[in-house]
Each structure stands twice: as structure tokens, then as C-alpha cells.
Design a protein around this ligand. Structure first.
Ligand code: FUC
Length: 772
């Protein structure tokens, strides 16, 4: 099967970026940079993944566990009052619980720390104020940002990429004729007290400290010229009449791990540079392309080429409302994959709320890790969109969160095991932060543990399950065996105090918690059986799992968000937490129409317009409801309910000119949610052949929108270790190829027809006629 040529995968513009959200992102998982493509001056704003405020610390609140029974008692009294119709008195009890928790239960300090920018590299080109034929672009297939223009008749080109093999940002300046490149280089940093100096004849050095005793960093830009000369100025370098210039930008900190700040930023910069400078620009570029393409080219998606594809990207987005441009969805899908490769590579920190890109000292929500949807959404595409390695930083963070979360379990709940509330930071804070009405939410760690299990389901990697996944999952489950309490009204085991993320305040028994804990217990039971261990513990989980409060259908035909039937059908809140069991969970599927319809009703009430990440979630949900046209409607809203380009981003939803998702403001989760959602529209594999079977049904084109009449996709992944290629014409499947590493059996589903096949290792082509 041939797929669209990669050269189409380009974001491009006829003007330099006027603001940060128009600049183009690159990253290698350690360094991130935003390229403005300016004339006469370039700005490259850059980040290093471990530059955060704060320092190693515990966030525990000594003695917190003492008030847990009081909180539960107050909330239960409130429920009783509510049942008697005494709504105001019930609310007063809830307030009392929240106030008590603020005094006695919350994290110390109350807030976590913030991800920080590192600095800016400025390149000024005298005489380049008036240029023609200007173009800047990001090619997703090469992960290179290019800026090109003419001054008079001479063409100038800049290329910038973030090399993962070399750990540098490489910048190359070239011109059509020798001797034309003259520019000045400066570094700056928004951190107070940072210093700039010149090292030797060709290196700018930035040194800074985020706060006394905290993260110290160093960044260097080393210049290599072909022809011409370098003059040293007061804290700047002047390049005169060079033929070509290569800059190597590196940065490092004293961060070793969340408990240790004894690293040597200077030594790290020197080591990285001493290796990188031995490679020519072309060699670095080749190694970068090979590295990037190994990941990026695994998946290709073609939804048909549209005339609008030739427009600059922001004009294309503007034209979207009135035209047809399915290719833009393919671009957005691949952009999410590109961003994950750029922001999350083994050895680095996980992608945070802004991936790895942040220019602010006081970024929105601290640009940290919010785990009541956002961090998880960042990793939704990892398995299905064939970038499983990119989840490694998340799994490494989980190793650490399971350590700090153990202290939180002990101090705040007098329980064993571990938990994470709704945020963590570089220091792996796990205690409840900000405010008790939403900070006390207990299933962040359990949800993230689900990602470990999913990694096993997709890969079948038993060693991963035994060594990395199960120990963390089991200890997360252990916490809940001690934390769940018997509901005074029903006898069910319920979660509490907790909340349904970001609304309704502190309660007993939010549905989402029960769905997540049920999924975690189920995964642990299965993992223990696969690994042949912990039989007794698994039996205990089985017994408790049966007693967890079930999903309930309320008086509006909705899936209840809370234990009591208090959902408001006019509530259009962005969080759709109680639909977790539909996506990303797998408890409510098309096999279970009664609950699927109730969940669908809940989503209908929530509406189709929302902020960026919420629309990302809804695309996935509509895909799981097997309604491709509705998934597409939400996707379209993402492009059309949006910003004004000059006064940015007051209302929710939308995309920025560089296709960054708008929360608002910029937040990367929506990009990743959409990528996962488009994959979910084309392929699903979360439903088992039967309750007892370990095998999943591979559902082909489960939610194909009617307007995506012709298309092809290569390399999506299905649970069970499969790679899948599909092609369709006039809305009908015309080609299926499956690749797997071992002899196995699989069940395919297309429309209403099942097909069972035994597969040999390698590729098997299945004729769509076999479904008939
Ligand atoms: C949750 C969301 C907000 C935002 C924040 C980072 O609190 O409700 O919309 O995404 O996380």
C-alpha cells in the first residue's frame, strides 16, 4: 500500500511568529525550543526539562490521617440530610468538611512547584529588515524547522532541529553565495541574577539559578563557522561574512533525581558539546532524521488531499469553517505524534501540561502534571499511535511516585500502598494540593497505573509486566484495599473523601473513582494470574471488587456521576469523569448497550463545545459510541470554535496558529487527545472476545465519519501486539493487513461481521470479502 508522500506533513507560514503561540516547536525530550523565524532577528526560546522552581521536599501534612474519620462522618451526615430533602444543611456539612480538610489534611505547602523557561537565543541579521519570498515551516517528517527568504536577490536559509542522539539543538545558517552571513548572537534568560559570558573565542554561556538551593542551570551556544570570522563583543558574538554557520545549543542542570540536586551543569554541557562538535552539521542532521523517522514513520494516515492543503497553515485553519479539508485532520493527527516524540523520550521528564515548551516564569497551572485528566491524555496516543517508547518517562516517573506516594498513603490515610492526588511536580509531590474541594481526589496514581497495564496489553511484554508494571499496580491497589469504606446507606464499598474532578466538591463515592479502582483491581487480578503470584491478594481483590459501588443509571437516563442521583442535565462542565469506563477504560462497551446508552446520554447533556482537552476526550468517547459523524462534529468544533488571532483566546476551545491546543491558554493535552481520538475512530481493540478470553477483538473502522469516504492508514497498533493497515473507498473497507511478532489467533470485527484467523509471524493480508 502506498501512502501520501511525507512532504505534505508541513506547517508553514508567510510571516514570522508575532507571539509565542505562533512559533514552531521542536524538542528532543530534554530540550524544547520555539522558533520564531523572525527578521531581521531570530528568537529561539528554549527549555530544559528539569528547570523547575523548588527543591527536594516532602509535601506531607503530619497528622493528616487523624481527621480522615471526621471528614467521612461530616460527608455522610450531609448525605443523610440531602436524602431527607434538607439541601442547605447538607451543603453546610460539605462546607464544614472542606474547611476542616483545608486546616488539617492538605499538602504542606499547599501548592506544588512550576516548570520554568531556560533562556532565549537571539540572532540579529543586520540589513535583513526588508525581505521577500519569506517562508517558515515545520516539517513533521524531518522534525526540522526551516526559515527561508531573500534579501535583494540572495536567498538565506535557517534550519533548526533538536537532536535526540546528540542532545543538542542544532542551528544552521546558510546563504546562496559565500561570505553573506553576518549576524550577532546573544543569550538572555528571564531568571533574575542569571549571567552571560563568553568562553574562548566561540561560545556563549548562560548561568542561572531558579532559587537559592534549588535548580542551577547552564546553557551554551557554541559557534562553528565556514569562512568569515567571529568577533567577541560585550556578552555577544559577531559573525562576519561567513559562508555558513552551525550553532550547537546545549543546556543542563544540577538535577540528578527528585531527591538529589548534586549534578554538574557545567560538566554536562561540556560532555555533550565535546561529543556533538565532532560531528558535522550534515552528520548530525542525518542522525537526527534517522532517529526521528524510526518513530514518526511507523504510522501514515491519508484522508485525501484537499485544495486547501496548499494554503499557509493558519489560513487553512481559518478556511476550515467554510470548506472541506479532511487532510487537516491527518495533519493534526500526525502533529500530536510529532509533539509526543519531541517532548517525551526515555531519560527525560514526562510531557507536562505544556509538553516541554514554556516561556513563562509563572506558567498556567505551573505547567506541571495534572492527573485528573491532563497527564493521562498526554499519553493516550502512545500505544495506539505506535510510539510506545515515548511513554517511558511516564513509567519512570511512576517508579518515583510510587515511592513518594507511599509516604502520602501513610501520613494522610494511615494506609499502606501508594497514591497520588490530582497533581505532581518535578519533586514528585503526591499529597492533596490547592483546595480540598478538588485537591482531595485519590485516583491519580491508580489511573496512571492503568497505563502500565495497557502497555502490557498492547505489547504482551511479560518481563515489563513482572518487573515494572505489576509491582506499582499492586501497591496502588493495596492502598485502595485499606481506603475504600462501606457505604452506610448501601453496604457498597465506596471511595471518599474524594471528588468527581473539578466539580461538585468533596464527596463520598464519585463514580469515576469506582470505575478506576474496579479497573485497577481487575488488571491486578489478571496480572497476578499471568505471573503466577499473589494468589491470596488476588482473591481479596476479587472479593472487594464485587462489592465496589456499581455504575448507576439516574432519573434523566444518564450514567450517574455521583452515588446519589444529583446530576444536572444542563451541566456542560468540561470534565466528563464518569465516562471514564467508556474511554479510556473498557468497562462499558458496545456489548453492554444499557450502560453505553446511559453514558451516551450523559455526553449528549454535556454538549459538543468545550475547551481544547475536553473536546479531545469527547472525540474518543464518540468513537467508542461508534458514532464517527459525531466524533467528527467535535473535531470540527476544535477548528472552528476558536481564537481571534490578535486578541488571544478568551473563550474556550480551539487551536493556536501553530496548531497548539488551546485550553485556554495553550495546553498540550488536547493535541494528544485528538491524535488518540482519530486513531480510535479508525481502530479499536478494547473489547475482549469473551469475558474469559485473554484476546481482544480488533474492530476495523468502528467510527468512520461518512465524509471521510476514501482513506488509508498504516501502522496503528491493537492490543495483543498487532500493527494494522487499513484502506477504504466510498466508505467501504478495501484492504486489511495485520502484522504480529508471533503465531497467534485474532478476531476481527468489521461492521457486524466477525472473522477469526490464525496468523503466522509477519504480515497477513485479509481480504475484506472474507467478512461477507
Ligand atoms: C484541570 C482542568 C483545567 C486545566 C487544569 C490544568 O484542572 O479542569 O481545565 O486543564 O487541569
Amino acid at each position: 500500500m502506498t501512502v501520501r508522500k511525507p512532504k505534505d506533513l508541513v506547517l508553514w507560514y508567510r510571516q514570522p511568529a508575532r507571539q509565542w503561540e505562533e512559533a514552531l516547536p521542536i524538542g528532543n525530550g530534554r530540550l524544547g525550543a520555539m522558533i520564531f523565524g523572525g527578521v531581521p532577528g531570530e528568537r529561539i526560546q528554549f527549555n530544559e526539562h528539569t528547570i523547575w522552581t523548588g527543591q527536594p521536599q516532602s509535601y506531607s501534612h503530619p497528622g493528616a490521617a487523624k481527621c480522615l474519620p471526621k471528614l467521612r462522618a461530616l460527608l455522610n451526615q450531609g448525605r443523610k440530610l440531602w436524602a431527607k430533602g434538607n439541601v442547605e444543611a447538607a451543603a453546610a456539612k460539605q462546607r464544614e468538611a472542606e474547611e476542616l480538610a483545608m486546616l488539617e489534611f492538605m499538602s504542606v505547602p499547599l501548592t506544588q512547584k512550576a516548570y520554568q523557561p531556560c533562556g532565549d537565543l537571539w540572532i540579529d541579521f543586520p540589513g535583513h529588515a526588508h525581505v521577500s519570498d519569506y517562508r517558515r515551516q515545520l516539517d513533521l517528517d524531518t522534525a526540522v524547522v526551516m526559515t527561508e527568504y531573500r534579501v535583494g536577490s540572495d536567498c538565506f536559509t535557517r534550519e533548526v532541529f533538536a537532536s535526540h542522539p546528540e542532545s543538542v539543538v542544532a542551528i544552521h545558517l546558510a546563504a546562496e553565495r559565500p561570505g553573506l552571513i553576518s549576524c550577532q548572537l546573544r543569550l538572555s534568560s528571564p531568571h533574575k541574577g542569571s549571567t552571560i559570558e563568553i568562553l574562548g573565542s566561540n561560545c556563549l554561556v548562560l548561568r542561572g539559578e531558579v532559587e537559592p538551593g534549588g535548580v542551577c542551570f547552564q546553557a551554551r551556544v557554541e559557534v562553528a563557522i565556514e569562512g568569515g570570522k567571529i568577533d567577541i563583543g560585550q556578552n555577544f558574538l559577531s559573525i562576519n561574512q561567513a559562508d555558513a554557520v552551525t550553532l550547537r545549543l546545549v543546556a543542563a542542570t544540577n538535577f540528578v533525581n527528585y531527591r538529589d540536586l548534586t549534578g554538574d551543569p557545567r560538566g554536562s554541557c561540556e560532555t555533550i558539546l565535546s561529543q556533538a562538535r565532532s560531528r558535522s552539521y550534515q552528520k548530525m542532521r542525518e542522525a537526527h532524521l534517522a532517529d526521528h523517522r524510526t518513530l514518526f514513520r511507523r504510522v501514515a494516515l491519508d484522508l485525501g488531499r484537499s485544495a486547501a492543503a496548499d494554503l499557509p497553515t493558519h489560513e487553512r485553519v481559518a478556511a476550515f469553517a467554510t470548506g472541506s479539508d479532511p487532510d487537516l485532520f491527518a495533519l493534526l493527527f500526525q502533529y500530536g505524534r510529532y509533539l509526543l516524540i519531541a517532548s517525551s523520550r526515555a531519560g527525560g521528564q514526562p510531557a507536562n501540561l505544556q509538553g516541554i515548551w514554556n516561556d513563562q516564569i509563572d506558567p498556567p497551572w505551573d505547567s506541571k502534571y495534572t492527573c485528573n485528566i491532563n497527564t493521562e491524555m498526554n499519553y493516550w496516543p502512545a500505544e495506539v499511535a505506535n510510539l510506545a517508547e515515548c511513554a517511558d518517562p511516564l513509567f519512570a516517573a511512576l517508579d518515583e511516585l510510587a515511592q513518594t506516594g507511599r509516604e502520602t498513603a501513610r501520613v494522610h490515610y494511615d494506609a499502606s500502598g501508594w497514591l497520588l492526588h490530582h497533581n505532581f511536580d518535578l519533586w514528585r509531590g503526591t499529597a492533596p494540593i490547592n483546595a480540598s474541594n478538588h485537591g482531595i481526589w485519590v485516583t491519580g496514581g491508580a489511573w496512571l497505573s492503568w497505563h502500565l497495564w495497557e502497555h502490557y496489553l498492547f505489547s504482551g511484554d511479560r518481563a515489563f509486566l513482572a518487573q515494572r508494571a505489576y509491582p506499582i499496580m499492586r501497591e496502588s491497589a493495596r492502598f485502595f484495599t485499606e481506603y475504600l469504606v462501606e457505604d452506610v446507606e448501601t453496604g457498597w464499598l465506596i471511595s471518599g473523601p474524594s471528588n468527581s474532578p473539578e466539580q461538585g466538591g468533596l464527596v463520598m463515592g464519585p463514580t469515576m473513582d469506582h470505575q478506576i479502582v474496579r479497573a485497577l483491581f481487575g488488571a491486578c487480578i489478571e496480572a497476578a494470574r499471568i505471573l503466577g503470584q499473589d494468589e491470596e491478594f488476588a482473591l481479596k481483590l476479587e472479593g472487594m471488587r464485587r462489592r465496589i459501588a456499581p455504575n448507576l443509571i439516574g432519573k434523566h437516563g444518564q450514567l450517574q456521576e455521583w452515588l446519589d442521583d444529583i446530576d444536572d442535565p444542563t451541566n456542560q462542565h468540561r470534565h466528563v469523569s464518569h465516562l471514564w469506563a467508556v474511554y479510556p477504560g473498557d468497562e462499558i462497551t458496545w456489548r453492554d448497550q444499557k450502560f453505553l446508552q446511559a453514558a451516551r446520554q450523559s455526553l449528549v447533556f454535556r454538549g459538543d463545545a468545550a475547551n481544547g482537552w475536553s473536546m479531545g476526550w469527547k472525540v474518543n468517547l464518540w468513537a467508542r459510541f461508534l458514532d464517527g459523524d459525531h466524533a467528527l462534529l467535535v473535531l470540527r468544533n476544535l477548528f472552528t470554535l476558536r481564537y481571534d488571532t490578535d486578541i488571544i483566546y478568551e473563550s474556550g476551545g480551539g487551536l493556536y496558529p501553530n496548531l497548539f491546543d488551546c485550553c485556554p491558554p495553550f495546553q498540550i493535552d488536547g493535541n494528544f487527545g485528538v491524535t488518540a481520538g482519530i486513531a480510535e475512530m479508525l481502530l479499536q481493540s478494547h473489547v475482549k472476545e469473551s469475558a474469559q478470553s485473554p484476546n481482544f477483538i480488533i474492530h476495523l473502522l468502528p467510527a468512520l465519519p461518512s465524509s471521510w469516504s476514501d482513506g488509508k492508514v498504516r501502522g496503528l497498533r491493537a492490543r495483543g501486539g498487532f500493527e494494522v493497515d487499513l484502506e477504504w473507498k466510498s466508505g467501504i473497507l478495501t484492504h486489511v493487513a495485520l502484522r504480529c511478532g508471533k503465531r497467534c489467533r485474532c478476531t476481527l470485527l468489521y461492521r457486524d461481521s466477525f472473522l477469526r484467523r490464525d496468523l503466522d509471524p509477519g504480515e497477513t493480508v485479509v481480504s475484506p470479502g472474507e467478512f461477507m
